[in-house]
Design a protein around this ligand. Structure first.
Ligand SMILES: Nc1nc2c(c(=O)[nH]1)N[C@@H](CN(C=O)c1ccc(C(=O)N[C@@H](CCC(=O)O)C(=O)O)cc1)CN2
Length: 299
């Protein structure tokens, strides 16, 4: 049976570090890190995530601002709000919750955020820094940064000689995750829906990262014995065993069977998910410290 990573515990450690850094910044400068979270529309899951982000920001000692905009918000209104937040000296981090409602284009919105306030790490400047191996100068997308912390805790900072396979190529996760693994010297394959014979590609992985959005797609036969398996999927499936109409969360990995083969594995829930919010806090305190000429800790 594999070692199961406790994402909640690791995230709590990061939040503790962030809270200390935030207090130190305030003691030195009188400034609290400021995080603005923008949500458009009525997606229930997004509202839950945004509430958690705002709550956690307060817990870390930040100034926390939430902008809740109606489904009918126009592209121009959304970009105007981002511009106001760009100009606000008390706001060091801006996050626009994704996905946006149909009819709104997230890309120009994200690119209108000042790179130094882009705590989601999605601006081309931050993505470019990551691609060129500059891990200290920019801001890194929260979920891959959190997943990478698990990888470092398991394998150390240098992944030389290890094969890593990332299933998924999104801007939010797959591409930055592949770049982080490559920067740590892993030999990286980015697999996706058009990859031929995905199972045998995965079987070559010492580190297998699944971010496909398909419930329990990765089976035990896809996992190399002794591999580290990181599950980034969050899928809600019917759970009639819990009662009529009930659901439960599962990842992209068939946990029970894969845990028999892997040496280390992340659960869903309680694995990578909690790291997303913790790393957002880390990015926000980093942005605030940089804005005041103070070197942030590495998380
Ligand atoms: N602008 C962004 N939008 C979205 C991001 C993001 O990083 N930036 N990521 C996801 C959603 N997300 C945060 O926004 C997120 C997803 C999951 C969790 C989490 O803690 N999941 C728990 C289970 C929660 C539950 O019960 O539903 C877990 O896995 O244990 C936190 C944040 C898309 N949008």
């Amino acid at each position: 049976m594999a070692t199961v990573i406790d994402g909640k515990a690791v995230a709590a450690g990061v939040v503790e570090q962030v809270t200390a850094a935030s207090a130190a910044l305030e003691a030195q400068t009188g400034v609290r890190p400021g995080l603005a979270v923008v949500i458009v529309g009525n997606d229930p899951a997004s509202h839950v995530y945004v509430s958690s982000k705002s709550r956690m920001a307060k817990q870390c000692g930040f100034k926390s601002v939430q902008h809740t905009l109606p489904e009918t918000t126009s592209q121009a209104e959304l970009e105007a709000l981002v511009e106001t937040l760009n100009q606000d000296p008390e706001i060091h981090g801006i996050l626009v919750q994704l996905p946006l409602p149909d009819g709104l284009n997230s890309d120009p919105v994200i690119q209108s955020i000042r790179p130094e306030k882009d705590v989601d790490g999605l601006h081309v400047v931050n993505a470019g820094k990551l691609m060129t191996g500059d891990l200290e100068g920019g801001l890194i997308s929260c979920t891959p940064a959190g997943a990478m912390l698990f990888v470092r805790q398991t394998h150390g900072p240098d992944l030389s000689g290890l094969n890593a396979v990332v299933i998924g190529r999104s801007n939010l996760f797959g591409k930055p995750m592949s770049a982080l693994l490559l920067a740590a010297n892993a030999t990286v394959t980015t697999a996706h829906s058009r990859t031929k014979d995905l199972a045998s590609v995965c079987r070559n992985a010492d580190i297998l990262v699944a971010a496909v959005g398909r419930p329990q797609m990765v089976k035990a036969g896809w996992v190399k014995p002794g591999a580290t398996v990181i599950d980034v999927g969050i899928n809600r499936i019917d759970a009639p065993e819990r009662g009529e109409g009930k659901t439960r969360l599962v990842g992209d990995v068939a946990f029970d069977e894969c845990a028999e083969v892997a040496s280390t594995i992340t659960p869903v829930p309680g694995g990578v998910g909690p790291m997303t919010i913790a790393m957002l806090m880390a990015n926000t305190v980093t942005a605030a410290m940089r804005a005041h000429g103070i070197k942030p800790p590495s998380f």
